[in-house]
Design a protein around this ligand. Structure first.
Ligand SMILES: NC(=O)c1ccc[n+]([C@@H]2O[C@H](COP(=O)([O-])OP(=O)(O)OC[C@H]3O[C@@H](n4cnc5c(N)ncnc54)[C@H](OP(=O)(O)O)[C@@H]3O)[C@@H](O)[C@H]2O)c1
Length: 250
């Protein structure tokens, strides 16, 4: 039996997911990636194309992974989409697209993998966002989807205590990717050139931090500066001061 470890990363064609494939390939893991694209990047040893907002394609992806490639040692449920529109201007169909990928895909993929575990250990890492922890203008649907998946994962973590399975939650702050360009705007289209600049941690640094997190027993990992972590504590302890300061930010 091969001792090479296998990772499955969703949303692996670019951004954080691609950074994870690169990082784990360097570590000698067998990398399996997924996204809507038919062909994956060179960093993927295997590619499972799937639109993970579609329930039938989610099932097919899990079957392809477990039947054709083998049981994964680590699954990073990273595929996600942003949404940038005022709550009052948000179409229900757009909010549903966001929830389908950001919430239902991790929920359903985890359930299907757990059903197929047959005594094997399952280690799932869910990529949420610090946006799950406070409200921001034009991010209501995105933040709600990330908050929903975070609390779902926290609940699963309780259910899995004492079992062979593990789940961990990652809350990245701003990471330099094209997520804003891909975000759905109020017209239902990707923002593209209308997106503002989005600069933060590099994907390499983020991938390293995620990999470090998987080697700990801790459930939640916030990938952000001490200043941002302090702001999140301030939000929980004294939201009124937090929001006064947030509104002053340029
Ligand atoms: N960047 C940040 O600042 C930041 C901060 C906090 C949290 N996050 C979270 O981190 C994750 C990755 O974000 P990112 O910044 O790397 O975003 P990104 O650069 O926009 O990449 C998103 C990835 O998801 C895939 N994807 C999109 N729709 C999909 C679908 N329907 N089915 C399957 N795959 C799909 C995309 O591939 P295709 O287009 O090829 O399908 C791409 O590989 C997301 O969950 C995001 O919410 C990001």
């Amino acid at each position: 039996m091969s001792s090479t470890k296998r990772i499955w990363v969703t949303g692996a064609s670019e951004g954080i997911g691609l950074g994870l494939l690169q990082h784990y390939q360097r570590l000698g893991w067998q990398t399996v990636g997924s996204s809507r694209r038919t062909h994956g990047p060179a960093e993927a040893d295997h590619w499972i194309p799937a639109d993970l907002s579609d329930s039938a394609q989610r099932t097919k992806a899990v079957e392809q992974l477990t039947q054709d490639l083998g049981w994964p040692d680590l699954v990073v449920l990273n595929a996600g989409v942003g949404h940038w529109a005022k709550a009052s201007e948000t179409e229900r169909s757009d909010a549903q697209r966001v929830l389908e990928l950001n919430y239902w895909a991790p929920v359903e993929l985890t359930r299907m993998l757990a059903e197929r575990a047959q005594g094997r250990a399952l280690h799932v890492v869910v990529i949420s966002s610090i946006a799950a922890r406070f409200g921001q203008k034009k991010l209501a649907s995105y933040s709600a989807s990330k908050a929903a998946v975070a609390l779902w994962a926290e609940s699963v973590n309780e259910e899995w205590q004492g079992s062979a399975h593990r789940i961990q939650l990652i809350l990245p702050g701003v990471v330099s990717t094209n997520i804003m360009r891909h975000s759905i705007g109020r017209d239902g289209q990707a923002l593209g050139d209308r997106a503002g600049t989005h600069r933060g941690w590099t994907v390499e640094r983020t991938a390293r931090a995620i990999e470090r997190a998987t080697r700990t027993r801790r459930f939640t990992h916030i990938l952000a500066s001490p200043g941002v972590r302090f702001a999140l504590i301030l939000h929980d302890l004294c939201p009124s001061i937090f929001y006064v300061l947030l509104r002053r930010k340029p």
